[in-house]
Design a protein around this ligand. Structure first.
Ligand code: FES
Length: 104
């Protein structure tokens, strides 16, 4: 089942940016890479820092606290110290609006 929620204007996220959103009781980070948006839980699975404060390099987000890295396409860990993946969410852009499926 899908639960698409409007997050705001799609052009609010420029190429290479990471923006934090609170919606439906969740805190989500959305990053734009090569024109496409990727959504994932904002909280690092290592020690709960915000991933939106991290650095985007290619398709990897690096947590600013201790350097764990995650693939923003899958949520998979690509560098320790985190060992658990972050949850990812489907994203779509319709017109000027960005939507995230909070149930996927
Ligand atoms: S809190 Fe993210 S690497 Fe430690």
């Amino acid at each position: 089942m899908s639960r698409w929620e409007a997050m705001g204007r799609a052009d609010a996220i420029a190429e290479g940016d990471i923006v934090r959103y609170e919606c439906g009781g969740k805190v989500i980070a959305i990053a734009r890479r090569h024109g496409e948006c990727f959504a994932f839980d904002d909280t690092c699975t290592h020690a709960e820092f915000s991933l939106a404060d991290g650095m985007l390099e290619g398709y990897e987000i690096e947590c600013c606290a201790h350097g764990a890295r995650f693939d923003i396409r899958t949520g998979g860990v690509t560098q320790l110290p985190a060992t658990a993946p972050v949850k990812t969410y489907a994203v779509k852009e319709e017109g000027a609006t960005l939507y995230v499926d909070l149930d996927c």
